[in-house]
Design a protein around this ligand. Structure first.
Ligand code: FAD
Ligand code: AMP
Length: 475
């Protein structure tokens, strides 16, 4: 094995494998170190996103959404499906097969691009050397590789909550919540963040009575207040019992049930669940990386310290994705990966941190880009708002999806789009138009002058843009 590369990437998630592919496309010799083992103990690429994050959660959200449609909405279309039932093992099996196909696909992509996958865990040594420790049932001997440049993409892991230690039986983290083999009758979730409400939606749709305990008094605090209020109303109507100002202080169990105590505005309370999911965020993962010994600087929260361009304090050592500052999102990790590969190849790298879309895959979906109304008010910016409800969209009516709205915020003087916020059907797809417009430094007038096909959900974006200058045609 040639043990010298132009670029060695540590971590094969969406940050790492994408960086490796782009580096190879740019003519650099490249290896990617990844030690992930799937539940059967087989090495797998793809990181959190493919194995236990974005993809498996969306597979279950889609399956459970179909079930809800059949049970609650199909009859309105004149379609009767009496006695629809869920085969949970089959649903989980489908999710597992999707994960397997995609992670194997990444291995194929690395081969195609001549990126060498070094199976194992990487540890930084001085002078851009890395020790690779193979993992798996019969791991080989550790060995050392040398790199001109190192890209660290070691991702993140679930944050632990001391009062609720994960036992992978009654108390699980997001990974455990993606492979329940029965639908828990009473399901508790700590944390009403993105992961908490997505997983809450999955199991609630499949029949669990879901209670979400959230320490903050505000629901979805980072989200635009108007959109968050609409989301809270819709999710409560769907049956999620969202308790705000509920700070979990302790848990106990009798091996069948888990007891959760929490402080709330009504005082100390206790509630009993069959399963409890801890979804209180994620923390950067530098375990076993040898950061201290190598002199790699971390910040006070454990993130690898980087400059705007993802350079660490060590020469020619870069870091990207969840392990550095910024939103913990797969597409942010991937964009940083591409940009760093470009910079290593001596080209300019581009990541527009002001135009990173966020999506919450509840139904309806919640999506946004740019600044919220509350942020702009805080900054004293003058702005105008255009708003269009899906109830006034012909396509949304035809689909029976009339909840939610699109909101566009533009500078009063410049008309430049400062933020777009939406809750509605397929908001995850609709947000792309607003992101593109922001990337081009576009205005509401640009979108207003753009012809949108009829009837489409995207017409709601057009109408919201028209609404910025009080020119909406259908409200
Ligand atoms: P990761 O994907 O965490 O990959 C890091 C990899 O590095 C891992 O494979 C790990 O094994 C490996 N590694 C770590 N240390 C070493 C070492 N020393 N040597 C070798 N390998 C090492 N984001 C979205 O954008 N959209 C979503 O819909 C979404 N849904 C999510 C749902 C859930 C339930 C979860 C948990 C996360 C979700 N995320 C979503 C977040 C997304 O998964 C992360 O932002 C993304 O995976 C970060 O990519 P990354 O490459 O930085 O790290
Ligand atoms: P996110 O960071 O988006 O994954 O969201 C995690 C959520 O968990 C945040 O909204 C936190 O306020 C919430 N949280 C953190 N600790 C607790 C706790 N002890 N009890 C209840 N909620 C918590």
């Amino acid at each position: 094995m040639d043990n010298k590369y132009n670029v060695v990437v540590i971590g094969g998630g969406p940050g790492g494998y994408v960086a490796a592919i782009r580096a190879a496309q740019l003519g650099l010799t490249c290896a990617c170190i990844e030690g992930w083992l799937d539940p059967a103990g087989k090495p797998a690429l793809g990181g959190t996103c493919l194995n236990v994050g974005c993809i498996p959660s969306k597979a279950l959200l889609d399956s459970s959404h179909h079930y809800t449609f059949i049970r609650n909405e199909a009859a309105d279309h004149g379609i009767h499906v009496p006695g629809a039932t869920v085969d949970i093992n089959r649903m989980i099996g489908r999710k597992d097969r999707i994960v397997q196909t995609l992670t194997q696909g990444i291995a194929g992509l690395l081969r195609k691009n001549k990126v060498e996958w070094l199976q194992g865990r990487g540890r930084l040594l001085p002078d851009r050397r890395i020790e690779v420790m193979p993992t798996g049932a019969q791991p080989g001997e550790p060995y050392i590789v040398n790199a001109d440049h190192i890209i660290i993409a070691t991702g993140s892991v679930p944050t632990r909550l001391p009062p609720a230690p994960v036992d992978n039986e009654l108390i699980v983290d997001s990974t455990g919540a993606l492979c329940f083999r029965d639908v828990p009758r009473r399901l508790g979730i700590i944390g009403a963040g993105v992961i908490g409400i997505e997983l809450g939606s999955v199991w609630s749709r499949l029949g669990s009575k879901v209670v979400i305990l959230e320490a903050l008094d505000e629901f979805l605090a980072p989200v635009d207040r108007q959109i968050a209020a609409e989301a809270e109303k819709i999710l409560r109507k769907q049956g999620l019992d969202i308790q705000l100002g509920a700070k979990v202080t302790g848990t106990g169990s009798n091996n069948r049930e888990v007891f959760v105590t929490f402080d709330s505005p009504a005082g100390k309370q206790q509630v009993v669940f069959d399963k409890l999911i801890v979804a209180v965020g994620r923390r950067p993962n530098t375990e076993g990386l040898g950061a201290d010994e190598a002199g790699l600087k971390l910040d006070e929260r454990g993130f690898i310290q980087v400059d705007h361009d993802c350079r660490t304090n060590l020469p020619d050592v870069w870091a990207i994705g969840d392990v550095v500052r910024g939103p913990m999102l797969a597409h942010k990790a991937a964009e940083e990966g591409v940009a760093v590969a470009e910079r290593i190849a001596g080209r300019p790298g581009h990541v527009n941190y002001a135009a990173i879309p966020w999506v919450i895959y509840t139904w309806p979906e919640i999506a946004w880009v740019g600044k919220t109304e509350q942020e702009l008010k805080g900054e004293g910016v003058d702005f105008r708002v255009g708003l269009f409800p899906f109830a006034a969209s012909g396509r949304a009516r035809a689909m029976g999806e009339t909840g939610g709205m699109i909101k566009m915020i533009c500078g009063t003087e410049t008309d430049r789009i400062l933020g777009a916020h939406m809750i509605g059907p397929s908001a995850s797809e609709l947000i792309a138009e607003a992101v593109l417009a922001m990337e081009f430094e576009g205005s509401s007038t640009d979108i207003a002058l753009t012809i949108h096909a009829h009837p489409t959900l995207a017409e709601a974006t057009h109408e919201a843009a028209l609404g910025v200058s009080r020119r909406s045609l259908h409200i």
